[in-house]
Design a protein around this ligand. Structure first.
Ligand SMILES: *[C@@H]1O[C@H](CO)[C@@H](O)[C@H](O)[C@H]1NC(C)=O
Ligand SMILES: *[C@@H]1O[C@H](CO)[C@@H](O)[C@H](O)[C@H]1NC(C)=O
Ligand SMILES: *[C@@H]1O[C@H](CO)[C@@H](O)[C@H](O)[C@H]1NC(C)=O
Ligand SMILES: *[C@@H]1O[C@H](CO)[C@@H](O)[C@H](O)[C@H]1NC(C)=O
Ligand SMILES: *[C@@H]1O[C@H](CO)[C@@H](O)[C@H](O)[C@H]1NC(C)=O
Ligand SMILES: *[C@@H]1O[C@H](CO)[C@@H](O)[C@H](O)[C@H]1NC(C)=O
Ligand SMILES: *[C@@H]1O[C@H](CO)[C@@H](O)[C@H](O)[C@H]1NC(C)=O
Ligand SMILES: *[C@@H]1O[C@H](CO)[C@@H](O)[C@H](O)[C@H]1NC(C)=O
Ligand SMILES: *[C@@H]1O[C@H](CO)[C@@H](O)[C@H](O)[C@H]1NC(C)=O
Length: 300
């Protein structure tokens, strides 16, 4: 009997303990997602009521750690402690020690890099041995795409849209005359910068003269669209037209000048006539050769 009671008591205590632990570890921490821009600082906000402990800061420890867990920052008995900080976060974390007592447990991460994407940071407060998870902050890392540049190659009538420096990776969209191009109509190339982890994206499409076409790149985190628009000039016809018009205008101007000169200075005509008369005289040798060639041809 005693034995059974003991077992029941132990069981109940275990269940109660498990319950308490689960309650403590999920004391509904404030969950939040923040957006961090690559290369810039981001605040991981965490606020609570005043730390109502008479002997603060002694017997007070605060841990900022990711889910692995790797330590971002430690505050222990009145001082910041870096022995356990993970190298990923070296030199990048700041807290406001003056404001901890008033409940500001925010951490500044600076500068944000691409490896911080989806970093989830728990803020764990231990006062007099009692642990509570105060906040859980997730970082969405992003970077704006540059306004795309459109480059037309008139040789093969292809249009390339390129943009760089963005994160996360996303697809370029093309619209022409109110229609979104199908995936198979574009050839894309994406490269990731080894240093910053940002993406360069380019997309190539075939175009025709007179086509109106827009290239856009979307950043889903910033809800930001960057676009550029072009009307494909009728380049080939344009150059053909120039080829005809320019010589025609030159010819016309030359003729007008000639006519003008002739009318204004009629005396010039005589020397010209003489010159024209003299010139054709030393020709007979050439004209003699031609019939010979003409005679040779029928024999062949
Ligand atoms: C952090 O800064 C210190 C001093 O400026 C430097 O020696 C150390 O290499 C830095 N650590 C990292 C991971 O950048
Ligand atoms: C909390 O501290 C951070 C710096 O760590 C500061 O940027 C922020 O404004 C503070 N928040 C409040 C509510 O005072
Ligand atoms: C344009 O396209 C032609 C044919 O594909 C190619 O040889 C040429 O290098 C391209 N010009 C530019 C500036 O990319
Ligand atoms: C473009 O599409 C919208 C809605 O799909 C339509 O109202 C509009 O008339 C179209 N414009 C042209 C130029 O086709
Ligand atoms: C190229 O980009 C287009 C436009 O967004 C996309 O729909 C398509 O899936 C991509 N094509 C390839 C082959 O990756
Ligand atoms: C563009 O045109 C060339 C030849 O005119 C063709 O080989 C190529 O498949 C076309 N590209 C696309 C994406 O339709
Ligand atoms: C991305 O584009 C930028 C600007 O055009 C260029 O400087 C950089 O070298 C490119 N990076 C890669 C990996 O292609
Ligand atoms: C953060 O990223 C996730 C996944 O990409 C997305 O579902 C969520 O909406 C983003 N939140 C914010 C605030 O950008
Ligand atoms: C994104 O921006 C557009 C306007 O630029 C707005 O209409 C839309 O509601 C925004 N979407 C979100 C999820 O914020």
């Amino acid at each position: 009997m005693v034995c059974i009671h003991l077992k029941m008591a132990v069981g109940i205590i275990l269940v109660v303990l498990l319950y308490v632990i689960s309650v403590v570890s999920s004391t509904h921490p404030k969950k939040k997602t923040v957006v961090g821009i690559i290369g810039q600082p981001v605040l991981l906000p965490c606020g609570r009521s005043k730390l109502a402990t008479p002997n603060y800061p002694t017997k007070t420890r605060i841990y900022w750690q990711d889910l692995i867990p790797r330590v971002l920052h430690v505050f222990k008995d009145g001082n910041e402690e870096y022995d356990h900080q993970h190298p990923l976060y070296n030199n990048r974390t700041t807290i406001n020690t003056d404001q901890l007592a008033s409940g500001n447990l925010s951490l500044l991460l600076n500068p944000v890099n691409v490896r911080d994407n989806r970093l989830t940071c728990d803020v764990i407060l231990i006062i007099n041995g009692a642990t509570s998870k105060e906040c859980q902050i997730t970082v969405n890392v992003t970077a704006s795409y540059q306004k795309p540049k459109l480059t037309l190659n008139v040789t093969d009538m292809t249009l390339v849209c390129s943009t760089h420096g963005g994160f996360p990776e996303y697809q370029v969209t093309w619209r022409t005359h109110n229609r979104t191009l199908e995936p198979q109509e574009a050839v894309n190339k994406t490269t990731q910068d080894p240093g910053t982890g940002t993406y360069n994206i380019s997309s190539r499409v075939n175009v025709t003269e007179g086509q109106h076409i827009t290239c856009s790149i979307y950043n889903p985190i910033l809800n930001e669209t960057q676009s550029d628009f072009i009307v494909i000039q009728a380049s080939k016809e344009g150059s053909h037209l120039l080829k005809f018009i320019l010589p025609a205008v030159c010819l016309l101007v030359t003729l007008l000048i000639a006519v003008f000169l002739c009318l204004k200075y009629p005396n010039f005509r005589k020397p010209w006539r003489k010159m024209i008369h003299c010139c054709p005289e030393p020709e007979p040798e050439n004209t003699a050769e031609e019939p010979e060639i003409a005679e040779l041809n029928p024999q062949q």
